[in-house]
Each structure stands twice: as structure tokens, then as C-alpha cells.
Ligand binder design. Sequence first.
Ligand code: FAD
Length: 413
Amino acid sequence: MPPGFVIIGASLAGGVAAATLRQDGFDGDVVLIGAEAQPPYERPPLSKQYLRGEAPFEKALVRPAGFYEQNRIETRFNTRATRVDPIRRTVALDTGSPVHYDKLLIASGVRNRRPPIPGLDLPGVFDLRSVSDADALRSRIVSGRKAAVVGMGFIGCEVAASLRQKGVEVVSVDPSPTPLFRVLGADVGRVMAAVHQDHGVQAVFGDVVTRFEGGAGVERVITRSGRRFDCDFAVVGVGVEPVIDFVAGSGIDTAHGVPVDEYCRTAFEDVYAAGDVANHYHPIFRKRMRVEHWQNAMQQGAAAARSMLGKRQPYDAIHWFWSDQYDVNLQYAGFHHEWDQMVVRGRLDDRRFLAFYLNQGRVDAVVGLNRGKDIRRAMALIKSRDVVDPRQLADEDIDLRSLAQTQITGDQK
Ligand SMILES: Cc1cc2nc3c(=O)[nH]c(=O)nc-3n(C[C@H](O)[C@H](O)[C@H](O)COP(=O)(O)OP(=O)(O)OC[C@H]3O[C@@H](n4cnc5c(N)ncnc54)[C@H](O)[C@@H]3O)c2cc1C
């Protein structure tokens, strides 16, 4: 009997992993378990084109709907894994008998945080994670209506931009001094604040929504400082947490997600993890990280599948993500939490720049506005871990590719 592989989480990482198993010649059983009703789909359009009604859902599918049956991938949608037993090698389901696995991939992603704010359950208070969330929110989008956006991280910023593009009046509230402050810092954050203000968002910083009020539905938000904003609906985007409850008590470690090595392996034999849930060891940065990016879910899903097939290729992609807000295309590459120096190439005020986050002379990450090509070029530099001269980094006349002294092979050159 060929072995049977089970994947928990039928989204980007899980869907790509299932497809990669077949693509790479795996002939055994593949069972793809997903709590959502839909086949695996990509989430980025949910806050952008799909939310604005500019693209159909089918465009977001990871593979065409018929792909799974055609490739003998058994799908169990609308089905939740409730427990993993890595000794008996079983996954319990909320819909019936447990399934047995020879190898298991955990790709359960993240869920939105639900802060304990009174009134959060009022009709008209939304968050955004799934296509059904996007459909519910979309049905409220009417030009001239008023919306409150709670939290100006990436989801809040993108939703605020899409709402403004549809003519909705938007007030946003965030405790930080700027949007995207936690990830990108104050300098880049101020640029993004100006972008939103120029597009008519009434952006409030340094304040917190402490209450949603209303009768049959939300009518206003109240902040800690006593501000009151009337709204027809509200969108909350205040962060996410890894989905690991079904692993609890199994013996599989759940420190900040599911810790895995550079081969996507947990410490438990034949149990792997990939995507947003995976707290993975990165061999280039030499530390663990958990990221919530489309590119990581896709590439790590494929890497985990190959690892399950016994191929020993470490997953060492330089992480990358993008965000579209109005006419601004923001791209980020690398990984950083803190930095001891920021170097800017171009001018922040021009909204066409690169900002490099350095630690001890090495570029850990870069963010760029409307400079996608340069972000690609900077990835080789990040991967090299070479110490760079900040003056050269800032100099527009110097090709970023020439600053990496270490030879990088492959498509990141
Ligand atoms: C609105 C939105 C916009 C985004 N925009 C961008 C962007 O512009 N650029 C970018 O780089 N990234 C973006 N992202 C992030 C990107 O979508 C994620 O990184 C990616 O979806 C992660 O894929 P994943 O498969 O690891 O996890 P997820 O997409 O979170 O999927 C996990 C799946 O597992 C299922 N699941 C969880 N628990 C169980 C269980 N017990 N049993 C069965 N199934 C379970 C869930 O229902 C879900 O379907 C965006 C995300 C959102 C929500």
C-alpha cells in the first residue's frame, strides 16, 4: 500500500502542497481537510479587487475547482480537524470518523483576533479573513455611507483604501502614531498616513476604540479619549493568531505557531507545517520566524510537500509581500523586527523610495513604494548577509545588485 498523506487546512499552503505532491509524482492517497466550504483560494483579492467588485471569486482559486478530483486528491471541505494524535497517527474530525495518516501537514493558518470590545457582536461590525467575510462586507459598500476602520495594519489600510475607492466615507482609529507603525516604523508610516489623508480618510492615531454602540446594528464607535464617530458599519483589523487549538495536548509543540525546521518538519516524526501557522527556522537569518505572506504560504507549501516526499531541500526563500492601496504599490522583502539604522534611497515625500532596515551593517529587510523592480534586486543583498556601505545603499546611481559581494545563484539574483 502506498502511504497516505493528510493535509489540515485547505487554503494556499495546503492547496499548493496537495498539488505539489501530485506534480512531483506521489501516488498514494492525499486527503485535504478544510474548515471552509470553498476549494483553496487566495485571500489578497478579498481586501482589494474582490471587495470592490472588480474580480470574480473564481480568479482567486489556487487551482480550478475540478483539479482536486482530477488529481485524486480527496477533499473534505466544511470539515474541521478537532484533534491530532501523532502516536496513533490519526486526525479526529467534527464530521465523523478520524482519518489515518502516514505523514501529516498542518497548514491551518491564522484567525483574526477578536478584542474584548463591548458591542463587537453588533450587526454591521465586520472583520475580514474569508470570502464569506468579504461578501458580508461588500454588501454594505454603498457610496456615501460611513465606515469606521478599527486598526490600520495592512488589512485596515487596504480596506480603508478600497472603501474610499467606492465612495464610502472612512474614519480610521489606531493606537499607534502612524499606520503600519509596528512593521514599518514612523518614517514610512507617516508617508502612508499622508497617502490615506490625501484620499479623504479621517485618520485618528494614538487612540483606541473602546465601544461600538447601536440598536439593531452598529451606529457609532467611541474611543478612549471620548471621540464619537457615527458609522453605518465598521471593520475591525487588529491582528491575527495562529490556529493551533486542535494540536493542543498532542505533544506537538505550539510555541508561536507550530515550530518547524528548515525542512518544514516538527519535532514529531512525519508531522510537518507550512504557511502562516509555521514558526519556521530560516537558515539564512539563522532564527525562527512566522510570517503571514502569500509568497511564503505558496512556496513553503510546496517545500513541505517535497520534504514529505523525502527530498532534502532546505526552505530558505527570502520573504516578500506586497500591499496595494490606491495607486500605491508597497512591497517588502526580508524579515525584521527591530533595526539599528534605516537608510533611504530616494525621497520619502516623493512616495517613490526604498527604505532599508539594517542591523550591524547588514540589510535585514527593505520596503519600497512603487519600486517593485528594486525590491527584487535588493533580495540578493538580503540573502548575501554582506555588510554594506550605507552611502552606497542610499546612492541611486549604484545598482543594488552590485552591492552583494557574495555570489547568489538562482532566480533571486
Ligand atoms: C484580506 C487579506 C488580504 C491579504 N493580502 C495580502 C497581500 O496583499 N499580500 C500578501 O503577501 N499576503 C496577503 N494576505 C496574507 C495571505 O493571504 C496569507 O499569508 C495566506 O492566506 C496564508 O495561507 P495559509 O494557507 O498558510 O493559511 P490561511 O490562508 O489562513 O488558511 C488556513 C486554512 O485552514 C483552515 N483551517 C484552520 N483550522 C482548521 C481545522 N482545524 N480543520 C480544517 N481546516 C482548518 C482555515 O479555515 C483556512 O481555510 C492577506 C490576507 C487577508 C486575510
